[in-house]
Design a protein around this ligand. Structure first.
Ligand SMILES: Nc1ncnc2c1ncn2[C@@H]1O[C@H](COP(=O)(O)OP(=O)(O)O)[C@@H](O)[C@H]1O
Ligand SMILES: [Mg+2]
Length: 253
């Protein structure tokens, strides 16, 4: 089966600092991959490369068989237009650590903005789908609330609904619960669990080891810009082989 996300020998440098040093990952359709690793190991940079928020220095990323940000002509890759990139990005949802909703828009306006502007949906059908999504994330009664009137957990659930509204093939989560008060983490994880069960391919950077073990099909441990260890989440997170993984787990558990 063709991978939904395929990362081939990905390198990324900022100036002279090489942050990603040859990453190879293939993610099957419908699977959940958890990515763990110490701060500064390149996890966010890798996710940002997947939707081309960062341009790889070398290597390739394909989502559902298409090069992200490029089109292939024989042996050469050429950059695609901004419009084509926006269309590609629509298929790759991203949820960040900091709830990045538009502050001046209500929850439902945040959700319908992309479908109307990027997908060309009518306001009526976008609203209808947004209401269903708000119900799905347990916020059917908060459609008219502004982000500042919502808790961090509620804002993050709106952010997930907003990403889902684009009907993405892939959802990327970058430490979606790290900025939340502890009592709000569970409600976001349970929405993510439901999204995982719906069959969307997910890559999740997280320190939530229990979530990674329960929900993901594969766990990847990164350090210093490389994949140090990967495999069955129960194996990697219970009986890690690599000292870096053991050391990291002993500190987060
Ligand atoms: N835009 C940038 N410019 C320069 N350095 C960056 C930039 N983004 C990330 N880095 C550096 O790349 C390294 C990896 O960062 P990051 O991908 O955020 O790691 P992680 O998400 O695993 O904590 C860090 O040393 C960070 O300072
Ligand atoms: Mg990060």
């Amino acid at each position: 089966m063709r991978p939904m996300v395929e990362i081939t020998d990905l390198h990324k440098s900022f100036g002279r600092v090489e942050v990603l040093r040859g990453i190879n990952i293939a993610v099957p359709p419908g699977s959940v991959t958890s990515i763990l690793g110490p701060s500064g190991s390149g996890k966010s940079t890798m996710l940002r490369c997947i939707n081309h928020l960062e341009k790889p220095t070398a290597g390739a990323i394909q989502v559902d068989g298409e090069y992200v940000g490029y089109t292939r002509n024989g042996d050469t890759l050429s950059e695609i237009s901004g419009r084509a990139l926006a269309r590609q990005r629509a298929g790759i949802g991203m949820v960040f650590q900091r709830f990045d909703l538009y502050a001046h828009m209500t929850a439902i306006e945040n959700i319908i903005e992309g479908p109307i502007r990027v997908l060309g949906k009518s306001r009526t059908s976008a609203m209808e789908e947004a209401r269903e999504l708000l119900d799905r994330v347990g916020l059917g009664d908060r459609a008219r609330a502004y982000p500042a009137q919502l808790s961090g957990g509620q804002q993050q659930r709106v952010a997930i609904a907003r990403a889902l509204a684009m009907k993405p093939k892939v959802m990327l989560f970058d430490e979606p619960t790290s900025a939340l008060d502890p009592e709000l983490v569970g409600e976001v994880l349970s929405v993510m669990k439901e999204v995982a069960n719906s069959g969307i391919t997910m890559l999740v950077v997280t320190h939530e080891v229990a979530f990674a073990r329960e929900v993901s099909n594969e766990a990847i441990f990164m350090a210093d810009g490389v994949v140090v260890e990967r495999g069955d989440p129960d194996e990697v997170l219970r009986k890690p082989n690599h000292p870096r993984t053991r050391d990291f787990l002993s500190r987060v558990l």
